[in-house]
Each structure stands twice: as C-alpha cells, then as structure tokens.
Design a protein around this ligand. Structure first.
Ligand code: IVH
Length: 669
C-alpha cells in the first residue's frame, strides 16, 4: 500500500512537471487548465494525508515559504557583471573592431540574443535538484531569494537530465514579468490607489524581493536562462552549446537567438527585431551579442565592470510628438493630487498613447509645459509614457495650476514643506474614501473578490459605507438592492468579506492605508511587533527600530494612530473580528546580532538607508538616539550632537570603512 502511494505521488509529480514544462517553458500546453489543476489537487491531497511523501522539489512546493524579515546575503561564485552598451551602429562597429584587433587573425562568431528587460538571477542546482536562487545584488554579493524563485513556474525544481553531468551547476538568466501580468498588476494597483510600477522590470524586481513568497507567486514571473556555469566558469566551450544544453535540460531559453558569422549578420538580426519585438509578450530593450567561443571569451577577458567579449546594443526609445490637450487632477488614497496629461492620441510602435503622468507641479515647472503645447512623448522601457520636452508652444497655451480646492470634494489643498505632492486634507473626501476602500479590498491586501470599482461606487453613492469597517456590516439584502447584483453574486461578495477577517496582521496593516506603509513596511511591522496595539502605542523611536523604517515613516504611523477617527475605526475593525495579532519573527542571524548602531552625518558612499539596511541584514539594530545601550556610532561628515554624545558616553565610533569591515566579515564568514 505504502509503496503504491509513493509511486502514485511520484507519477503525479512527473506528470505535473511535464505539463508545467509544456505550458511555461515551451508555451505549448497539451491539457486544459482544469485538468492540470485536478492533477495538482490530487497530489496536494495525497501529500496532505501522507506528509512523508512530500518532497522539497514537488510541484506543490512552489508556494510554501513563510514571510521573512529580510534576505540573507550570498556571495556569487564569480562576479555577475554588467554589459557595456552600444547606442548606435557606429559604437557596435567600434566594439567589433576592438574584438578583431584583440583576437588578431582568428575567426570568430557572435551569438545574438534578445536583451530582456528584467533583472538577472543565479539559480544553483545540486545535480538535478534546484537548491538556491540569488539576485545579482552588487554583482559580487546578492540576496538569497530561493523561496520566491520557487514560485517561478518556468524555473525547473527538478530536471530529468543535468546539463553538466552529475556535478552541481549554476544557471544565470533574466527574471521578467510578461506584459499581460504587468498590466493586470498595474490595473489592480491603480484601482487600489497604489503607485503603479513604471515598467515590468521594476514590477519584477519588487516581486522577486517580496518578503512573502505568496506575493511573488501572484505576480507570475518568468525566467529565461542564458548562462550555464560550473564552479563559476562556463561548462561548455561554446556559448551556443550552453544554450542548447540548457534548453535540452528543460530550462526556458529564449528561442529568438542566432549565430552570426560577422558584424553584418549581427546588424541584420538587430534590424529585424527592432520592430518585431513589439509583438513579443515581454519587453526587450536591445540585443546582446556575445562571442561564441569560450576560449576566445577568456582571451578577450573582462574590465572591472563588463566582459570585453559581449556588448548590449540598445534600441532608441520610441518617441513621437503630439498635443497636450488638457491636464486632469486625480486624487489618490492619501489625498495626494496627481496631474495627468491628456494627449491627442498618437501611436508609439503600435501602442496608442493618450495619457502620460506629470507626477507633480515641480515636474510641470521643470518641463515648462502648458496646455496646448506640442510635446515629445517617449516610451522607453517604461510602459507609462512620459513627456520628454516641449517641442512647440501652442498658439493659445495656458498654464496649469494645481487647484486651490479639491476637484472632488472642494476641500482644502495643502502642500507641506519638503513634499512634492499637494494633498486634499479632507479625510472624508469621497475620492479618498473610494480609493481607500478599493485598496483595502484589493488582491494582496484583504483579497475581497468582487469588491471592485462598480460595487464600491454604488455602496458610496447609496451611503451604505463610510469607511472600511462598514464593509463588515453589509448584508446580502442590502447588496440585492444594487444594480446588476443577483442573489448568487451578493452572497459571494458577503462570503468574501467574511473570509477576509482571517487575513494576517500584515495585510490588515497594509489595508489601513497609513501613508508610506505599503506591503513591505506592513510586513516588517507585523513581524517585529506581532500586535497592532503595540504598533499603535509605539513611539517614533521604537518604530525606527524596525527594518527600513526611518523618521518620516515613523512619524506618519504615529500621526495615524493619534487621530481619534482612526482609533475609532480600529475599534470597529477589532469588533468585526479582524486579526490584530500575528507571530513575531526573530531578527535575522548575523555577526552584528545584539549590537545597536546609531548613524550620524553623511557617509562618503553609503546612503543612510542603505547603511541601515545592511546593518539590519547582518542582524544589527539601528536606533535614532545615542544612549547607554548604543554599541557603535557610525559617523560621517558633519556629524553633530550625536557624535558629541558618543564621546561623552565613551561609545565606540566607526567611520564608513570601519562599518564595511564589520559587514564584510559577514559575507566571508
Ligand atoms: S549577459 C556578463 N544576456 O542585461 C554578462 N544579459 O546590461 C551579462 N540581460 O545584467 C549578462 N538579457 O540583467 C545577458 N540575453 C542576455 C540578457 C542580459 C538581459 C541583462 C542582464 C544584465 C544586463 C546588462
């Protein structure tokens, strides 16, 4: 019996792996999604009733990891370098000339590949099993994102035949987000009043570094491999062979690649893809040309930053000029006003562009743009077009001014010192309320399926909800009164509202809509305090002990919880049965464990946030003020009273180099 169950599990795993390969790597599914889901459910049920049958590389384990506090740093087997760019044909000719000169009279070939607009990641395999994934980081040391990478369906967790024999090997490649997933994500974020991602690359980077792997999974990343290494060196003597071996082993390798015998063939490939790339489901921003022969690559060598045997040809950004017809002001969840440009529709490589963001008043002033002007718009990697400059003043141009009253509620508009955005200060502004409800209900926050624009607008106009807590007293009968709402969907929405009470603390915190507290900060807060009341009671100093929280965010949190209306809201959410507690997570282990640092003054190379993050990643704590508990003060230029206090209390003082030394002992150790 046992025997047959275990072979049944293995059989299911094999089938699922095969269909994942067909679907996610080759894009040629042979069974329906429903059939695939059924196989997955069978395996999951089997593993649930017999946990001993569960293997770490099982297809069910793609979403299993727990949220973490941060990522562990991992040194790379060999540096993950960048590429030099060629911005035009002339620069490419220069590159080819240099290669020819260095290779003397030898023949050489190029491999032309598309330059995928994502972020590079190394994946380590133990023979046939996926073991670890590491981001590029600074090229020398990256971050361990294994649990998140597991959720990428085109990254095999187990391969049938290792491309490098029995030895451990490493694959390097690009993590990308397909346009479709990107657009869906941005639509959701826009609805939720969150800042949209400028391009799929940023969205992919955010997803890969999400603290909660279930968020990475929801963002549907894709992985294309382009290097096969053993002990940090290419396994084969030809790059082309590596790509073929990777593909044969079940990795996703971009099919749009070509061996080019000379510069002209390379240029042909580049020209061909300049327009064809618009039809691909993912973004490409150029072509990478690599010398095929590995011995020749080694002879050409590297500079400190990039190999001399490869170059990235970058396509110019797509630009067109059109007329700025109007500027509309949108009011976001926090009341921030965003000017949005309405353009006379213009086609930019197949995409009709009619809107562009103008960010804020400063940006409008910088561009010197007025309504009626002809402007140059550009889409580079960024999907949201931007206005590059004014081409011609309009005959009847008129300047834009941020309104003195909120365009939605007529409330006061203020612009605080040091802030780029003007805000509507009316906390009851319908625009703010609408956005905050949509944010609260959105996917990744409280996940209340069915609570979209149409429903929220009706709930607001009928006065059925005035804040997020009101959602929890809605009834099926109330919903039945609304347009386009049948018994079945009304029941479903109420069910989803009910189910959202079980969402973890981090989601509740995110859902509250505290300015500057998004998904990531909410997760850090939840991990650190494990209790909403403790967060509400914390002083700015205590809040700054949390990962990545600086004075601005700490003040914003305090201000939020000090307002009576927010306190009332929280009491009603508590009464509705939302989760106000969660598991506390231990700080990360590291050589700086138990040590408390204070940063003061300007460091020569590290930004303060980076220094803080690195100390915390090594297990240390960063606080705002020097006390008897402080172990080290890291002082840069123009350090002020904190340094004096450190002297007075006889506390050890470090400069940036001293800090880096302490951190480095971690990377090696
Ligand atoms: S080769 C040392 N191949 O472009 C070799 N990179 O500008 C560097 N990229 O960091 C990588 N598509 O993130 C290579 N087919 C491709 C690529 C590619 C995209 C990215 C990669 C790299 C960056 C360099």
């Amino acid at each position: 019996m046992k025997e047959s169950l275990s072979s049944r599990a293995e059989e299911l795993r094999k089938q699922l792996e095969h269909h994942e390969y067909l679907y996610y790597v080759l894009d040629q599914p042979e069974i329906s999604d429903a059939e695939f889901d059924r196989l997955m459910r069978d395996l999951r049920e089997l593993e649930e009733s017999h946990p001993e049958l569960r293997t770490p590389d099982s297809p069910t384990q793609r979403v299993g990891g727990q949220p973490r506090e941060g990522f562990v740093k991992v040194p790379h087997s060999s540096p993950m370098l960048s590429l030099d760019n060629a911005l035009n044909e002339g620069e490419l000719r220069d590159f080819d000339g240099r290669v020819r000169g260095l290779l003397k009279s030898q023949d050489y070939q190029y491999v032309a590949e598309l330059k995928l607009d994502g972020l590079s990641m190394a994946a380590h395999y133990n023979g046939a099993q996926f073991r670890q994934a590491v981001t590029r980081g600074d090229g020398r040391v990256g971050e361990d994102v294994t649990e998140n990478a597991r959720t990428i369906r085109s990254l095999p967790l187990r391969i049938r035949k290792s491309p490098a024999g029995a030895a451990p090997f490493e694959v390097r490649g690009e993590v990308v987000m397909q346009r479709r997933s990107f657009e869906r994500l941005n639509q959701e974020r826009e609805r939720a009043g969150l800042a949209v991602f400028a391009n799929p690359r940023n969205a992919a980077a955010g997803a890969l570094r999400a603290l909660d792997p279930s968020i990475t999974a929801a963002r549907q990343l894709d992985y294309f491999s382009y290097f096969l290494l053993e002990d940090g060196r290419p396994h084969f003597d030809s790059h082309w062979k590596s790509l073929e071996a990777l593909a044969a082993a079940g990795f996703k390798v971009n099919p749009h690649r070509r061996k080019c015998a000379n510069l002209d063939e390379l240029l042909e490939f580049i020209r061909e893809w300049e327009t064809k790339r618009d039809d691909l489901p993912y973004e490409t921003d150029g072509v990478v040309a690599k010398i095929d022969s590995v011995p020749q690559q080694e002879a050409l060598g590297w500079t400190a930053k990039a190999p001399r045997w490869a170059i990235a040809f970058k396509y110019p950004p797509r630009q067109a000029s059109t007329i700025l017809e109007n500027i509309e002001v949108q009011v976001g969840r926090t009341g921030a006003l965003t000017p949005v440009a309405h353009l006379k529709p213009v086609s930019l490589s197949g995409v009709t562009v009619s809107r562009a963001t103008l960010h804020n008043e400063d940006e409008i002033a910088r561009l010197g743009v007025e309504i009626g002007d002809t402007v140059l718009v550009e889409r580079s990697g960024d999907v949201i077009p931007k206005i590059v400059r004014v081409v011609e003043h309009g005959a009847h141009r008129r300047p834009f001014r941020i309104p003195k009253a909120c365009p939605v509620c007529g409330g006061h508009i203020v612009r605080e010192e040091g802030e780029a955005a003007s805000r509507c200060v009316n906390t009851n502004c319908p625009a703010r309320l609408r956005e905050s409800l949509l944010h609260f209900a959105s996917r990744g926050v409280m996940d209340i399926d069915g609570m979209g624009d149409a429903l929220v607008d009706q709930l607001l106009s009928r006065g059925l909800v005035h804040n997020i807590a009101d959602l929890y007293s809605l009834t099926v009968d109330q919903l039945l009164e609304l347009e386009r709402m049948g018994k079945k969907s009304a029941t479903k929405v109420i069910h989803n509202v009910d189910a959202s009470r079980a969402q973890p603390l981090a989601r509740v915190l995110n859902g509250l809509g505290i300015p500057f507290v998004g998904e990531r900060t909410a997760q850090f807060l939840a991990n650190h305090f494990g209790d909403l009341d403790a967060i509400a009671a914390a002083s700015p100093d205590i809040l700054q002990e949390v990962n990545e929280i600086g004075p601005k965010v700490a003040d914003s949190i305090c201000e939020f919880f000090s307002e009576q209306r927010n306190r009332d809201l929280i009491e009603r959410l508590r009464a509705a049965g939302l989760r106000f507690t969660g598991p506390k997570q231990e700080r990360q282990e590291g050589p700086l464990n138990g040590l408390t640092f204070v940063l003061t003054g300007t460091l020569p190379t590290l930004k303060r946030e980076d220094a803080k993050q690195r100390i915390e990643a090594a297990g240390g704590k960063v606080t705002g003020s020097v006390t008897g508990k402080t172990n080290y003060v890291v002082a840069g230029e123009d350090a002020g009273s904190k340094l004096d206090k450190a002297h007075a209390l006889n506390i050890a003082i470090l400069d940036e180099a001293g800090l880096l030394n302490m951190l480095d002992s971690q990377a090696e150790g």
